[in-house]
Write a protein that binds this ligand. Structure first.
Ligand code: SF4
Length: 245
């Protein structure tokens, strides 16, 4: 049986402890939803600073995103390089823009703000090449300020090691199970902060190789303290029940 986090509740104390380490995290300037969607597409498996540079170059070349619908992949790829999978993303972006224009009838995703977050997530993940992480980023980071939790590889790894998600679950399962734990009174900004606390924790302490468990603010509640890379290959069944509160 999966060991669960031994806090009185799961996500609030994780957030509190990581906030003591990394400080409060607040949203800065928000992009419009289409821009955030494009930036989130570029960010897949790519460092944030590389993503931002590519996004700025692309935006300068296409100040009206609608023009991207007619762009050729060979025109886009050099602009967004060196993001990971730049040629694939260069093929995906014009298609994505064309589908938005057809489905939404305009170059705007502002209408998603009128939908419940789960419906908006479902709409976005039906777009070509858009997974749950990109969809959640589009909702939560943009001017929509939607109530969606962004689960990237770092937050997923931390959550998995803490026993908050299945050890063999995929990104969709992780996003669903973590979202189900979010307290009902948490706002979009609370979800934003949780992501931007768990992510640097995963990048700096709970790293893929050789996590620094000795320095971890969560070690007393972590069932995987001392985990090594080779142990990650051992998978146990996940029982989706909650710790009694
Ligand atoms: S104790 Fe180790 S494995 Fe657990 S969350 Fe902290 S760094 Fe990650």
């Amino acid at each position: 049986m999966q060991t669960r986090l031994a806090f009185p509740s799961d996500l609030p104390p994780v957030r509190e402890r990581l906030r003591e380490v990394f400080g409060p995290q607040k949203p800065g300037q928000r992009l419009d939803p289409v821009s955030e969607l494009i930036k989130a597409m570029l960010s897949v498996r790519t460092y944030d600073e590389v993503t931002w540079s590519a996004f700025v170059r692309l935006r300068a070349a296409y100040p009206d995103w609608k023009a991207l619908a007619c762009a050729e992949p060979w025109q886009i790829a050099p602009m967004i390089d060196p993001v990971t999978f730049s040629e694939q993303k260069a093929r995906q972006l014009p298609t994505l823009i064309r589908v938005i224009l057809i489905q939404a009838g305009e170059m705007s995703l502002d209408f998603l703000g009128e939908m419940p977050a789960d419906e908006a997530m479902a709409w976005l993940t039906r777009l070509p090449g858009v997974g749950v992480k990109v969809a959640a980023a589009t909702l939560n980071f943009s001017t929509l300020a939607g109530r969606a939790l962004v689960v990237d590889t770092h937050t997923h790894r931390v959550a998995r090691r803490l026993g908050l998600t299945a050890r063999n679950g995929d990104a969709r399962e992780a996003q669903a199970s973590l979202s189900a734990m979010v307290p009902a009174d948490w706002s979009s900004e609370d979800l934003f902060e949780l992501h931007w606390l768990m992510k640097p924790h995963g990048q700096s302490i709970c790293t893929h190789f050789d996590p620094a468990c000795d320095l971890c603010a969560l070690r007393d509640a972590c069932p995987r303290v001392g985990v090594a890379q080779d142990q990650e290959r051992s998978v146990t069944p996940f029982t989706p029940t909650r710790v009694p509160r």
